[in-house]
Design a protein around this ligand. Structure first.
Ligand code: FAD
Length: 472
């Protein structure tokens, strides 16, 4: 006997479980199949564990730098095994809560690996090895993405590790080589550098965080240098070997070949969609060359009964993008009109953090737009000075004629939280003038957004007028 459901959801990450909750709210019965744990990569091995450990590492590192406050710290130490226990407890609680939410919204969870067998059917191999056939009216594929490898390096979970293993380490390595200066490599590399690990980052391109505008990454480079992180840019990790318990990574750099001794290698060279062995061909679901499922604006694939959302349909690989797509797919299944998808903000939890929403200055100029750009440095913010977090700035880009804010972001303290106000401004098509005349509480970091809008309009309050030094 097969199980029957309105909607089968393959993958219970932030895309899949959010879709299940929304479908339940709209009156549909769902079955969520996950071969691992609800919450997916984000909750179990990504967003939440990494942010918990980033915070833990900072809480040891920051006091050591607080002498000017009159704080003297002796023998401050952290027991990383206990930190891991704490992190696992908080993740476990969230996983259970998600199970409760899915169940409370008419969702059943089955643990196992699902494979499509046709346009309206799938087979699940459960974790106990037994098989179950599921018939559905609609299916949402939300299988996420997985770490990629490069020639010479394959994740073995012991010597060469991925982000998942790195976030489970109980004994921080003395020396760590991180391959890839993207978001994941730098977030995790910074954690270990703050714990005292000697970190070397090898990056193939000539910049850290290659997809981010250069001016936003400068404060991060400065902090990495202060943490003693060695950056090998325009360099290629070629191979590694193991001798008497220690590893050695061979790197081709612009200055010639280097051998870097270390205890672990973290491979963080990017992620690829997890869409192999899903039986997509049985249902006529098409993918692009990299394996992303091709979908239309309603997240519907080339098969009229099958939707796809989240990392498995393409960049940006972000949890909130997956969740938004989960809601849009659920609404489309229920026949609701298509909503505006909205701009997808992003945040990088380096030190300092970086965030952005909407169009960047480069993107706007590339399409020929005339723009007004305003920047306000945190060094001019009373609050940033008071909390001793003065690296970075807020940047705003607006249309020169209408003054509508096209994009905005932050590099600096709490940038990931501060961008929320910019998200609202971009989503509501607010103008520079509207934000500039909105009273912001003082002293707060949020004032930087208001001041950056003032700066774009040419009359910042807490910055010297342009040309002032030249006139003096
Ligand atoms: P996933 O979360 O990957 O979930 C997919 C689920 O599908 C998994 O649970 C998997 O077990 C299941 N599955 C796969 N195949 C099958 C199958 N055949 N049958 C049954 N189940 C299957 N994003 C942010 O927005 N903010 C962050 O701070 C952030 N930090 C990150 C840090 C790290 C270290 C990593 C690795 C990622 C981070 N991300 C972050 C990215 C984020 O985790 C992903 O974008 C997000 O999890 C994608 O959600 P998803 O629902 O598409 O897929």
């Amino acid at each position: 006997m097969s199980l029957k459901t309105d909607v089968l959801i393959i993958g219970g990450g932030p895309g899949g479980y959010v879709a299940a909750i929304k479908l339940g709210q709209l009156g549909k019965k769902t079955i969520v199949v996950d071969r691992d744990k609800l919450g997916g990569e984000c909750l179990n091995y990504g967003c939440i564990p990494s942010k918990a450990l980033i915070n833990a590492a900072k809480s040891v590192y920051k006091p050591k730098k607080a002498e000017p406050l009159g704080l003297s710290v002796k023998d401050l130490a952290i027991d990383w095994t206990r930190t891991q226990t704490w992190k696992n407890t908080l993740v476990g609680a969230f996983v259970r809560n998600i199970g409760t939410l899915v169940k409370a919204n008419q969702g059943e969870t089955i643990y196992g690996s699902a494979k499509l067998t046709g346009k309206n059917s799938a087979e699940v191999t459960k974790t106990d090895g037994s098989k179950e056939t599921i018939e559905f009216d609609r299916c949402i594929v939300a299988t996420g993405s997985e770490s990629m490898s490069i020639p010479g390096f394959t994740i073995d979970g012991k010597d060469v590790i991925g982000s998942k293993e790195a976030l489970d380490i109980t004994d921080p390595p003395k020396d760590l080589v991180v391959i890839g200066a993207g978001v994941i490599g730098l977030e995790i590399g910074t954690v270990f550098a703050e714990l005292g690990t000697k970190v070397t980052v090898v990056e193939f391109t000539d910049a850290i965080l290659p997809v981010i505008e250069k001016d936003m990454t400068v404060p991060v480079s400065r902090v990495l240098a202060r943490l003693g992180v060695t950056l090998l840019l325009s360099s290629k990790a070629k191979s590694w070997s193991k001798k008497s318990g220690r590893l050695e990574v061979t790197v081709e750099t612009p200055e010639g070949e280097k051998k870097i001794p270390c205890d672990k290698v973290l491979l963080a060279v990017g992620r690829a969609p997890r869409t192999k062995d899903l039986g997509l061909e049985k249902a006529g679901v098409e993918t692009d060359k990299r394996g992303h499922i091709l979908v239309d604006t309603e997240l519907l694939s080339s098969c009229p009964t099958i939707y796809a959302i989240g990392d498995c349909v393409g960049q940006p690989y972000l949890a909130h993008k997956a969740s938004r797509e989960g809601i849009l797919a659920a609404q489309s299944i229920c026949g609701l009109p298509l909503e505006d998808r909205g701009a997808v903000p992003w945040a990088v939890f380096t030190d300092p953090e970086i965030s952005w929403v909407g169009e960047t200055e480069t993107e706007a100029k590339a399409r020929g737009a005339q723009v007004l750009v305003g920047k306000f440095p945190f060094s001019a913010s009373g609050r940033a000075q008071a909390v001793r977090e003065t690296e970075g700035f807020c940047k705003v880009v607006a249309d020169a004629k209408t003054r509508v804010i096209l994009g905005a972001g932050f590099v600096g303290p709490n940038a990931s939280d501060l961008v929320g106000e910019a998200c609202l401004a971009v989503s509501l098509k607010a103008t520079l003038d509207q934000v500039a005349r909105t009273i912001h509480p003082h002293p707060t970091l949020n004032e930087a957004f208001m001041e950056a809008c003032e700066a774009a309009l040419g009359h910042p309050i807490h910055l010297l007028p342009q040309g002032h030094l030249a006139r003096a």
